[in-house]
Ligand binder design. Structure first.
Ligand code: SF4
Ligand code: SF4
Length: 95
């Protein structure tokens, strides 16, 4: 969890101070629901990788996938699109 800042410390909206700075913003901190991947069910179709809007699905060379919780916002699109229900959304902070 990021430390609380006063409004004076916040970046001015709609400004990109330098290229590539978005990696510094751990958008996963916003998440209320967490996608959990059951690798034993995954058929490596890559639909989650295609549809994730962040992208927070990491694709490995063998087409297996992993969720990057630093940037996953918990939207649930991957779980909705997975044809074999290998991804389940659970409350953040739970088991
Ligand atoms: S929950 Fe949303 S942001 Fe997170 S991995 Fe799935 S599609 Fe991407
Ligand atoms: S959509 Fe489901 S089956 Fe396809 S790669 Fe992602 S987790 Fe695996």
């Amino acid at each position: 969890m990021s430390k609380l800042m006063s409004w004076r410390e916040l970046e001015i909206g709609c400004i990109v101070p330098e290229p590539g700075n978005s990696v510094r913003y751990r958008t996963g901190d916003w998440r209320a629901l967490r996608p959990v991947l059951d690798k034993s069910k995954c058929i490596k179709c890559l639909l989650c990788w295609v549809y994730c809007p962040e992208p927070a699905i990491i694709r490995h060379e063998d087409d297996s996938v992993e969720i990057d919780y630093n940037y996953c916002k918990g939207c649930g699109i991957c779980a909705n699109e997975c044809p074999v229900k290998a991804i389940t959304m659970v409350p953040e902070g739970g088991e």
